[in-house]
Design a binder for this molecule. Structure first.
Ligand code: CTP
Length: 402
């Protein structure tokens, strides 16, 4: 039985090593009963041949603005009219600059100007090019013009560098296109969460810890998964079981948590520090059980490194969200931490009052960012997690570049 074609997609491939991934995108899109026609820029053809895309799409590939044979087959205006959506993947810094300024000096840029359908672009470029102010300005302009931007992701790059600029995986691009808008608020995004308490050992049988249950962090992990994110949870000792799709990293001490978080944070889009990290640890862990002799004793504690602050100051950095538990002067202390630790957002809650918190199933939060705030009244932590994830998804584009 021949299935009905439900979308006509014009896929434009521009120059970049990620061009090879777009071959897979064509295959995935066709599996979704779409008809795909491909346009390639000259630079794209340096990476993959038009023949590859012709074979995968089942149609000749358009490469030239004024090509007699291709104009006969389907001229650029007709091609623009034919499409239900124009998808540019990978979208180079060059094409982003041209689109944002209305330059039309080849087939693709002309098609873009002639198109009236929704346009999606999946940027892919070196991290320094991505971070350049002019590239970000161009993207902002395109967003204001109604262009949908998919990705990019952070990670290792073909050039050997690390950072933002990797094209979103074809399977995630396909999911967004088929449902016509990000189905889920964090589709294609990666979220790193720290949760629970840490345990700072004194000797083989004793440790210093706190009352954190980990519930908020685990609820946030569930909520992020539900919104399509991939989630890594670095968790201190708790009695909770994470969602089956969560990648769990178990730790005990603040030092272990620091190491596990910092080696991953550069590869994630969002970091949420819900963990109640011990601020201090004993300098020395006794090999043998400490015996009671003296009437009084004392332990010297040493300050731990601040995980949240280190994540927020690293490069590349994710959208960084901290937590603060306060007994008084909540806004002043929370905003102080936001500034001092250079966070993008901080979620603060009262402790020591009858308002939920550490071991409770409920919590209330006041969330602050540089120019705003939002209050979430006392509610179940799962509900609260959904609201906070939605707020993070909304605000993460505001990630400061400092
Ligand atoms: N945090 C961290 N690493 C630490 C300590 C705290 O990442 N070594 C994070 C927590 O995960 C939380 C936030 O920092 O997101 C809490 O801020 P912090 O200033 O440590 O709070 P308090 O310990 O309550 O500090 P203060 O005594 O200043 O109120």
């Amino acid at each position: 039985m021949v299935s009905k074609i439900n979308k006509k997609i014009l896929l434009a491939v521009t120059g970049g090593i990620a061009a090879y991934k777009s071959a897979e995108l064509v295959r995935l899109l066709r599996k979704e009963n779409t008809e795909v026609r491909v346009v390639m820029t000259r630079a794209a053809q340096q990476f993959v041949t038009p023949l590859t895309f012709q074979a995968l799409s089942g149609h000749p590939v358009a490469t030239e603005l004024l090509d007699v044979s291709q104009e006969n087959a389907m001229g650029h205006i007709n091609l623009a009219r034919w499409a239900d959506m124009l998808v540019v993947a990978p979208a180079s810094a060059d094409i982003i600059a041209k689109f944002s300024h209305g330059i039309a000096d080849d087939l693709l840029t002309t098609l873009y100007l002639a198109s009236e359908c929704p346009v999606y672009i999946a940027p892919a470029m070196n991290q320094a090019m991505w971070n350049k102010v002019v590239t970000q300005e161009n993207l902002k302009r395109l967003e204001q013009h109604g262009i949908n931007i998919i990705g990019p992701e952070a990670g290792d790059q073909a050039c050997g560098e690390r950072g933002y600029g990797r094209m979103t995986e074809p399977v995630d691009i396909c999911a967004q296109l088929i449902t016509n808008k990000p189905t889920s608020l964090l589709q294609g995004k990666s979220v790193l969460i720290s949760a629970g308490p840490t345990r700072e050992p004194l000797d083989p049988v004793r440790y210093i810890t706190n009352r954190s249950s980990g519930k908020m962090g685990y609820a946030l992990a569930d909520a992020a998964i539900a919104e399509g994110a991939t989630v890594t949870l670095v968790s201190g000792p708790v009695s909770l079981v994470p969602h089956s799709e969560v990648s769990l990293v178990k730790v005990e001490t603040a030092v272990q948590m620091y190491d596990e978080v910092l080696q991953r944070s550069g590869f994630h889009d969002v970091y949420i520090g819900t963990a109640a990290v011990a601020d201090y640890s004993p300098g020395e862990i006794k090999q043998k059980k400490i015996k009671k002799h003296a009437e009084q004793t004392s332990i010297t504690l040493y300050k731990n490194k601040d995980i949240l602050g280190a994540v927020a100051s690293s490069t590349p950095r994710p959208f960084t969200v901290g937590f603060a538990a306060e007994t008084d002067d909540l806004e002043r202390y929370a905003r102080g931490k936001l500034e001092r630790k250079k966070l993008d957002m901080i979620a603060a809650n009262w402790v020591g009052k009858d308002v939920g918190g550490f071991e409770d199933d409920k919590n209330a939060l006041q969330v602050f960012w540089r120019n705003g705030q939002q209050t979430f009244e006392l509610m179940d932590k799962n509900e609260l997690a959904k609201k906070l994830i939605a707020l993070i998804a909304e605000r993460m584009d505001e990630k400061s570049t400092t």
